[in-house]
Write a protein that binds this ligand. Structure first.
Ligand SMILES: [Fe+2]
Length: 458
């Protein structure tokens, strides 16, 4: 599959057309030079073109076959060819250990306004900051939710996240991402997953850019089971796109690898680009997905379905049906239920819900939740439509005919683990301290006739 990329920046060597392979969980093979992939074995004494063979393991060697993920790279120099790692200054606002020393517990409903462009030049790495999370990357169980706010492309450096998989949701500005498997363009309305350990570099062709990131520790994203829906629907395997092999063989003096390890950043110097993989094969790969291709299902008679029906990807916990982290979207769709309060219901949840809005408006919030903003409703914290939405919906009545939700894309990261919130997120000038006010106006509509009730007691 080919995709047109408009080259607006002369600095970039992104091509006019990027090629992708399609499929989810496939075993892919890709070579930028014909014959670069060894045949019938992974690790020959001498690889074609004099390349080095290097494996990246995304699961333990002995993981069950259906969960086993690894890829083989055939590269000009192996990844190990670098100087020792050193702590990076500044280390940034990243956390992968969530405890009382690093983060705060709060059951309060939280909402943030979108951040403005950075005041000083900031690349993707420096623009990363953690909002909240749970667990530990060292213990391989948990997650972190980050945002990025950047306006400058990464220069002569690559990022490597040793802690977990990144699921990136761009909200503003395209990302041109170079990975060891090849290059991808990811636009707002698409998502990209960059698995643990992959080296990648982010170019920002549109300047100021921001978005959301879910990072999962110790597991990988899967497609959800479809149950009674059947064999088709929601996100289709064939709509997931994987880059194709591309390599940079030039000398790169002073090239820096920035490694996130335990939430801290380290740097190591080398004199070549890490994007020197001439061919690769395997099923441990970065991939992207266009959310407009999602095939939503919904109730067709009464009531409001649970949001799980809109799950795009799920990172499972060890308990069946319990997600470490679900990625759920609220896309354009028809609402047709009769005699039904169609916006999301009032809710308290044993799971915790972090929401973002990519574009448009969200059906449960008439005001205040805007593209680029975020909200967090933790375990058993009440939430639901604001006063204005409730009153307007009831005023319209229950049988208003089909209505179409248009031009919107909200999403939710939902987890069974209760997030602790980073101090800078609670102290942020973008925190909406009046969020609770959106429900305060909900008034009682309760009424009954005393005579009737008294009669009922006899
Ligand atoms: Fe909810």
């Amino acid at each position: 599959m080919e995709e047109s990329v408009r080259s607006q920046n002369l600095d970039s060597d992104f091509p006019v057309n990027l090629r992708y392979e399609s499929g989810f969980g496939n075993h892919f093979s890709s070579e930028a030079l014909r014959g670069a992939l060894p045949q019938c074995q992974n690790n020959p004494l001498v690889c074609p073109y004099g390349l080095y063979a290097e494996q990246i393991s995304g699961s333990s060697f002995t993981a069950p076959r259906k969960l086993n993920q690894r890829s083989w790279f055939y590269r000009i120099k192996p990844s190990v060819t670098h100087e020792p790692f050193k702590p990076r200054e500044p280390s940034g606002h990243l956390i992968s250990e969530f405890n009382q020393a690093t983060s705060c517990a709060t059951p309060t409903q939280l909402r943030w306004k979108p951040t403005e462009a950075p005041e000083r030049p900031t690349d993707f790495i420096d623009g990363l900051y953690t909002f909240c999370g749970a667990g530990s990357s060292f213990l391989r169980h948990g997650y972190a939710i980050h945002m990025y706010n950047a306006d400058r492309s990464m220069d002569n450096c690559a990022f490597c996240n040793a802690d977990g998989d990144f699921l990136i949701v761009p909200q503003k500005g395209r990302l041109w991402i170079t990975t060891e498997c090849g290059r991808m363009q990811v636009s707002p309305g698409e998502i990209v997953v960059l698995p643990q350990g992959f080296r990648f570099s982010v170019y920002l062709p549109d300047g100021p850019s921001r978005g959301y990131i879910a990072e999962v520790f110790g597991t990988h994203f899967q497609l959800p089971d479809l149950g009674p829906i059947g064999a088709n629907g929601l996100a289709a395997s064939r709509d997931f796109l994987v880059p194709t092999a591309w390599f940079d063989q030039s000398l790169r003096p002073g090239y820096t690898i920035v490694q996130k390890f335990g939430g801290e950043l380290f740097t190591a110097k080398q004199d070549f680009s890490p994007f020197n993989v001439v061919a690769w094969h395997g099923n441990y790969v970065p991939y992207k997905y266009d959310l407009s291709k999602f095939c939503p299902f919904n109730t067709v008679l009464v009531d409001h379905g649970d949001p799980s029906v809109n799950t795009v990807l799920t990172a499972p916990s060890e308990k069946p049906g319990v997600a470490l982290l679900d990625f759920v979207i609220f896309p354009p769709r028809w609402l047709v239920a009769e005699n039904t309060f169609r916006p999301p219901y009032y809710h308290r949840n044993c799971m915790s819900e972090f929401m973002g809005l990519i574009y448009g408006a969200y059906e449960a919030k008439a005001d205040g939740f805007v593209p680029g903003g975020a909200s967090l409703h933790s375990c058993m914290t009440p939430h639901g439509p604001d006063t204005k939405t409730f009153e307007a919906t009831v005023a319209v009545g229950g049988d208003s005919g089909p209505s179409r939700i248009k031009d919107t894309m909200a999403f939710m990261f939902e987890s069974c683990l209760i997030p602790r919130v980073c101090p800078w997120a609670l102290e942020s000038p973008y925190l909406d301290r009046d969020y609770y006010q959106c429900w305060i106006g909900l008034r009682s509509h309760f009424s009954y006739e005393e005579k009737t009730a008294t009669d009922g007691e006899h």
